[in-house]
Design a protein around this ligand. Structure first.
Ligand SMILES: [Zn+2]
Length: 258
């Protein structure tokens, strides 16, 4: 069994064939954590998880959606579902312009507070803002020792990776590793600190894009394409794909208690 720790199967991109995609996912023995980016997509993630064994939900307001007011009470209500196992995706995004860093930080901190209150791990989204996120997390760690989680779609430096891992955080690895070189991070980081994910429908691994060109699935990403990411991690670490799958699944279970 493998766990896709960051998918968005509740997104519109899957409206036409969601049941088929889910069937393929389950046939490959893959479980999914569908991650919310807004109140609406968080609700949809919870609905999907409630319907489907092996599916879980994360609820949160994405930094690029931080114009939407963060209504903590509504998220508290959603968190009453047993299928909600994390707060995310939350964080800072200084890439997509225009952005309001003050507003983003405020909404991020409110959600870290919520995660503490609910005693849930967090799923972090961070783009062009690792130093700021590390600063905020370390302030929290200083006051609250149980803040924990994963830096989803990690593309930072080895130095930044080490800082996150020192604070007990995992690194989420997905198909972006075929476009963005983080080989050094993957080679150096202990397997005990890596989580697998897709971020589907986005970030399709390049070998799956090639399949799409040949007339098969895609180019939209989906959980079954994680196998390419697993193979690349295995190659970089000179271990078997099976070991990568087994250990990262164990990591996901430990972090999310699933
Ligand atoms: Zn995402």
């Amino acid at each position: 069994m493998i766990i896709d720790t960051h998918s968005h199967l509740q997104f519109d991109a899957f409206d036409d064939d969601r049941d088929e995609v889910i069937k393929r996912t389950l046939a490959e023995n893959i479980q999914c954590i569908n991650v919310g980016c807004s109140l609406d997509s968080s609700k949809k993630a919870v609905e999907l998880a409630e319907k489907q064994a092996g599916f879980f939900a994360a609820i949160g307001l994405h930094p690029t959606d931080a114009d939407e007011p963060f209504d903590v009470q509504q998220y508290r209500e959603l968190a009453k579902s047993k299928k909600v196992i994390a707060v995310g995706e939350i964080g800072l995004d200084f890439f997509r312009k225009p952005f309001d860093p003050v507003k983003q930080k405020q909404v991020f901190i409110q959600q870290l507070d919520l995660a503490q209150e609910l005693d849930l791990p967090v799923i972090l989204h961070c783009r062009m803002a690792h130093d700021e996120v590390i600063q905020i997390i370390s302030n929290f760690k200083f006051q609250n020792s149980n803040l924990r989680g994963v830096v989803h779609c990690f593309t930072g430096t080895w130095e930044q990776a080490q800082k996150y891992m020192d604070m007990g955080f995992y690194l989420g690895i997905n198909g972006i590793i075929f476009k963005f070189n983080i080989d050094e991070v993957i080679k150096n980081a202990p397997l005990e600190k890596l989580l697998l994910e897709t971020d589907c429908p986005f970030l399709t691994p390049l070998p799956a894009v090639a399949l799409a060109k040949a007339g098969s699935y895609g180019p939209r990403n989906e959980p079954i394409f994680m196998k390419y990411t697993i193979e690349k991690i295995a190659k970089l670490k000179s271990i078997s794909a099976q070991e990568v799958a087994q250990k990262t699944t164990e990591n996901a279970r430990n972090l999310f208690k699933i």
